[in-house]
Design a protein around this ligand. Sequence first.
Ligand code: SF4
Ligand code: SF4
Length: 82
Amino acid sequence: ALIITDDCINCDVCEPECPNEAIYLGEHIYEINPDKCTECVGHFDEPQCVQLCPVACIPVDPQRVETREQLMQKYERLQQEA
Ligand code: SF4
Ligand code: SF4
């Protein structure tokens, strides 16, 4: 999963573009629910939020490094829940 760092300027651009609705406005800045972020696997070739973020503040969460296979499994689980 990806994580939004405190460099976020709350520009609101990424939130509506997330195919998994993983991005939400937290107490101070936007945040990503790691259980919903597939790094856009299953939807797009590239993480949409990373493509759009004007300040490049969305790296991979070092606490939640996942393989492409794990991300695909998460995608499939989310599809079943939808
Ligand atoms: Fe959403 Fe994709 Fe960004 Fe993850 S990488 S938060 S799934 S837009
Ligand atoms: Fe924050 Fe980047 Fe999302 Fe804008 S696009 S709200 S700066 S994480």
